[in-house]
Design a protein around this ligand. Structure first.
Ligand code: PAF
Length: 283
């Protein structure tokens, strides 16, 4: 099933629910890859009816970002969804999602103050707004998001909690290439040399994870190790490397319990983000 309007999508979701099916939603911007496929599989595991939304949301691209060149591969995306046994695709156009005169924005404060927030002005407002709109348009029972976009996942969890939205948010593990690079639609921007270099991000994160599991507790020492490891692999602009509380996303002074190591790095023209859990021994 291919739905283009909010009215069709809402009716489709309600029909499935009236038939007793749990409905799972996988929100995407298309250019689907194995990471998205893993979200679809998780949704299928839990839900009798799975809807994938495909919408390149202009509101979440900061000025000067890659909205125009963002990969658009609709035919391939529909094939991948069919292969994964998805029940329906929601593919609205911009006028359907943002009718003339739309004047409401959702802002999640605090969680968006650091990390990618200041570097991508308006990005998380755009994400929170479209996600709230999708959840209202498609009143699903659960929605699936990748941990790769860790800050986004926490923003969505908070949005749902704060606005009493009746939907379960399921975070799913990052899917990686054999050399460790986290899958992302934007990896398509990497030249072959940059692609080879990009494996340094996950290598640095896994090494940091190992040092923490062995008892290193000083975030500054670990962050400096990560930076060295990344810069040793070739030219890169490190936007940030931080070790934060997994819920509040505030930087940790010492790693005692659960933490999250999270980074954003430019390699060539491609902006890459990645993160891993950092758990102190015995936590
Ligand atoms: O993660 C994404 O692809 C997007 O940010 C999302 C959640 C589909 C909102 O446009």
């Amino acid at each position: 099933m291919l739905w283009k309007t909010v009215a069709e999508a809402r009716e489709g979701v309600r029909t499935a629910q009236r038939a007793g099916q749990r409905v799972g939603l996988v929100p995407t911007m298309g250019a689907l890859h194995e990471g998205h496929a893993s979200l679809m599989r998780a949704a299928r595991r839990d839900c009798g009816f799975v809807v994938v939304t495909l919408f390149v949301n202009p509101a979440q691209f900061a000025p000067g970002e890659d909205f125009n060149r963002y990969p658009r591969t609709l035919e391939r995306d529909l094939d991948l969804m069919a292969a994964e046994g998805v029940s329906a695709a929601f593919v609205p156009d911009a006028a359907e999602m943002y009718p003339r005169g739309a004047a409401t924005t959702v802002h999640v404060s605090g969680l968006t103050d650091g990390l990618c927030g200041p570097l991508r002005p308006g990005h998380f407002d755009g994400v929170a707004t479209i996600v709230a709109k999708l959840f209202n348009a498609l009143p699903a029972d659960a929605a699936y998001f990748g941990e790769k976009d860790y800050q986004q996942l926490q923003v969505v969890r908070r949005l749902v909690r704060d606005l009493n939205m009746p939907i379960d948010i399921i975070g799913c593990p990052t899917v990686r290439e054999p050399d460790g690079l986290a899958l992302s639609s934007r990896n398509a921007y990497l030249s072959p040399t940059d692609r080879a270099q990009a494996a340094c991000l996950s290598a640095a994160l896994f090494e940091a994870q190992r040092r923490i599991s062995e008892g290193l507790r000083d975030p500054a020492a670990i962050i400096s190790g990560i930076r060295k490891c990344i810069l040793a692999a070739g030219p890169a602009v490190i936007q940030y490397v931080e070790i934060v509380d997994p819920q509040t996303l505030r930087p940790l002074n010492i790693i005692e319990g659960e933490g999250r190591i999270i980074l954003a790095v430019l390699i060539g023209t491609c902006r890459l983000i990645d993160n891993v859990a950092a758990t102190a021994p015995g936590a």
